[in-house]
Write a protein that binds this ligand. Structure first.
Ligand code: PHE
Length: 397
């Protein structure tokens, strides 16, 4: 079992949820062993707060991978000791978490964060201390520009926004789009820009641009403005907590056109109690549990056996990120920061659950993207698109 600790500094009421999903691991929590017998790896994640399912899922994926690695003997003759900090879905806590992991716990590398704004907040500290950081899931283009120690194993938002713009135009045949953006999230703003650029230069018209802020609950004003322009598709590049309310309120206002989004929609919380309202919605993602690929199906089975729930994209990305980090340690033959940084940069064709992963010269990953169609609250595989925008499977309407 993983030598594994979660900082309790900030863990509050919603801890019960985490406990439920990680009871097995929590039961095995132990203090770190004697110095030098373990490799300390830091994880900063939103285990509580507005995007809690992101942090909990990525954590489950990280732990699953690290337990497997430790059970198979660890790496470089040592076990991995995963040290986890809950940043409560807050940017300033992401900074404090990375500071603690780097300065007090002396981790050799960092896994995190999911949300782009929080990865961008933590990255300068990782860069300054030369602690290689791999974000499993932050898609905003600027994240890896923070320095040469900052990597990601997911695709980036220009690709995600472009894919959804083309999907709206070509697969759905919708030529008039409205956008509704969360101005408090770098992720949402970047995705919005990518979507608008491709859509309007590929034959579509953006008829309305509205915004909101993380934490908002009433979206009637922007939605009423959107309705007045009579769009035939709406793009909402937000996170699931707000998107759940936006789609529900849009349908209440009689807006029945397709609503599209990005990976920030991926949560078991998204459609709860609004299964009907979410019909005719689509989002781009990293992974689909229905994918018949055997790597995917093996992972889904292992995850279900352990956590008694289906993995979402963050869980799969967390699993891939932790395995890529350990693979790099193996190839580097050391946890020395410069050697580890170099080995991560040289990751080539790693057979991940979320696709084959090669780190490019900008420390990003070039990978396919999956489009999910939501029907009666269930996520179904609709199409896979390759990194050059090519359809790898036909669209399944
Ligand atoms: N891509 C989002 C971001 O950068 C985070 C995310 C990843 C959310 C994967 C859900 C699934 O902020």
């Amino acid at each position: 079992m993983t030598r594994y600790q979660v900082s309790r500094r900030h863990i509050v009421g919603t801890f019960a949820l985490l406990f439920a999903s990680s009871a097995l691991i929590w039961g095995c929590k132990t203090a770190g062993g004697p110095a030098g017998t373990e490799i300390p790896v830091g994880e900063f994640a939103s285990l509580t707060g507005g995007t809690a399912t992101f942090g909990q899922s990525v954590h489950n994926g990280d732990v699953l991978a690290i337990d497997e690695i430790n059970a198979a003997g660890g790496v470089l003759g040592k076990k991995i000791n995963l040290l986890t900090e809950d940043d409560q879905s807050k940017t300033e806590e992401a900074v404090a978490s990375v500071q603690k992991l780097v300065n007090s716990d002396h981790v050799v590398a960092l896994l995190g964060e999911v949300a782009s704004s929080r990865s961008m907040a933590g990255a300068p500290i990782a860069q300054l201390s030369h602690a290689p950081m791999i974000t499993p899931a932050s898609t905003n283009e600027d994240v890896t520009k923070k320095g040469d120690y900052i990597f990601r194993i997911c695709f980036i938002d220009p690709f995600q926004g472009q894919t959804m713009a083309r999907f709206a135009l070509n697969s759905l045949g919708k030529k008039r789009a409205a956008v509704l953006t969360d101005v408090k999230q770098d992720y949402s703003v970047g995705l919005d820009e990518a979507f608008k650029h491709t859509y309007s230069t590929s034959g579509g018209a953006i008829v309305s641009e509205q915004s909101y802020s993380t934490g908002d609950k009433d979206f009637h004003a922007p939605l009423t403005s959107i309705r007045a322009t009579n769009p035939d598709v709406i793009f909402v590049p937000g996170y699931y907590t707000e998107v759940a309310l936006i789609v529900r309120q849009a349908r209440e206002l009689g807006i029945d056109c397709p609503i599209l989004g990005g990976d920030g929609w991926d949560s078991p919380e998204l459609t709860k109690g609004a299964e009907k309202e979410f019909n005719n919605t689509f989002f781009s993602n990293h992974f689909a549990t229905e994918d018949p690929d055997s790597t995917v199906q093996n992972f889904v089975k292992k995850y279900e056996d352990r956590y008694h729930s289906m993995p979402d994209a963050m869980a799969a990305l967390g699993y891939d990120a932790a395995r890529i980090l350990v693979d790099a340690m193996k190839r580097a033959g050391s946890t020395d920061s410069a050697a580890l940084r170099k080995a991560i940069a040289e990751t080539k064709d790693f057979p991940g659950v979320t696709g084959h992963i090669t780190i490019d010269p900008n420390r990003n990953a070039s990978k396919p993207i999956t489009i999910i169609k939501i029907t009666e609250g269930k996520f179904h595989f609709a199409q896979r698109i390759g990194p050059e925008g090519e359809a790898l499977t036909p669209f399944q309407p």
